[in-house]
Design a binder for this molecule. Structure first.
Ligand code: CA
Length: 247
């Protein structure tokens, strides 16, 4: 039974969510403040958190960041009354994987939760035992273990960053359309998808570059690039061939 945590101060929404989710077979905890949400998260270690951004005690984005730090592989779905794209980008940058704008339809929420958990479950290796490691230059993506290395050093990635990297690395040098990346990594095309994809690519580039720099000049020069294809999508490019060793 998947463990879910709902952090929502609105009693009507909180109760509705709790009963709908419980009726669908989830083990649900409800917290009505950011602080209690973080405490419950610590004890309960939920696989997925529904987080209302407008909480009475703490800023929703900071709760999101703390949750992410606490539970690196937990799926965080924001519930926001604000449809402001900037809020959504801030939310995703704070570590959220997805969001729903209120008022949302419960069946849609349930479908999203199922998709996220299915993905997280198959990714955690209890699926068909698929174990595939891809090496591109100094980058190694171990899909079976969900681990990424640059120059032999492990890089910590968030769940969606890993999924995105894994998808790009599965077809190096091939242009992949935005719609296909969205469908493969997020299961759906939701409002704001364009920004979400770009935010995740930017974060991924930054993390990989940072890791390569930490690992040394050889790792940096052999790091593949995620190339933006305007109006189309992205492509993972092999690192340029190195000139003959000069030492
Ligand atoms: Ca609220």
């Amino acid at each position: 039974m998947s463990r879910l945590l709902v952090i929502e101060d609105d009693a009507t929404i909180g109760d509705t969510l709790r009963s709908a989710l419980t009726a669908n077979g989830y083990d649900v905890r409800l917290a009505v403040t950011g602080r209690s949400g973080l405490n419950v998260a610590r004890i309960h270690a939920p696989e997925l958190v529904l987080l209302d951004l407008g909480l009475p005690d703490l800023d929703g984005f900071s709760v999101c960041r703390d949750l992410r730090a606490l539970l690196p592989s937990t799926v965080i779905v924001l519930l926001t009354a604000r449809g402001d794209p900037l809020d959504i980008v801030s939310g995703l940058e704070s570590g959220a994987d997805d969001y729903l704008v209120k008022p949302f339809v419960v069946v849609e929420l349930l479908a999203r939760i199922r998709a996220h958990l299915r993905r997280a479950g198959s990714a955690s290796g209890d699926g068909d035992g698929l174990r595939q490691t891809v090496e591109i230059g100094s980058l190694t993506v171990d899909a079976g273990a969900r681990r990424v290395y640059v120059g032999g050093q492990e890089v910590e990635l968030r769940a969606k960053e890993f999924d995105l990297l894994s998808r790009l690395a599965s077809e190096p040098s091939v242009a992949i359309r935005r719609e296909d990346l969205m469908a493969d990594v997020w299961d759906t095309n939701w409002f704001g998808s364009t920004k979400t994809l770009d935010v995740h690519v930017a974060a991924l580039r930054q993390r990989l570059r940072g890791a390569a720099e930490a690992a040394g000049p050889d790792a940096t020069s052999a790091l593949p690039e995620i190339t933006t294809l305007r109006g189309h999508g992205y492509r993972m490019d092999l690192p340029p061939a190195k000139p003959h060793a000069s030492r």
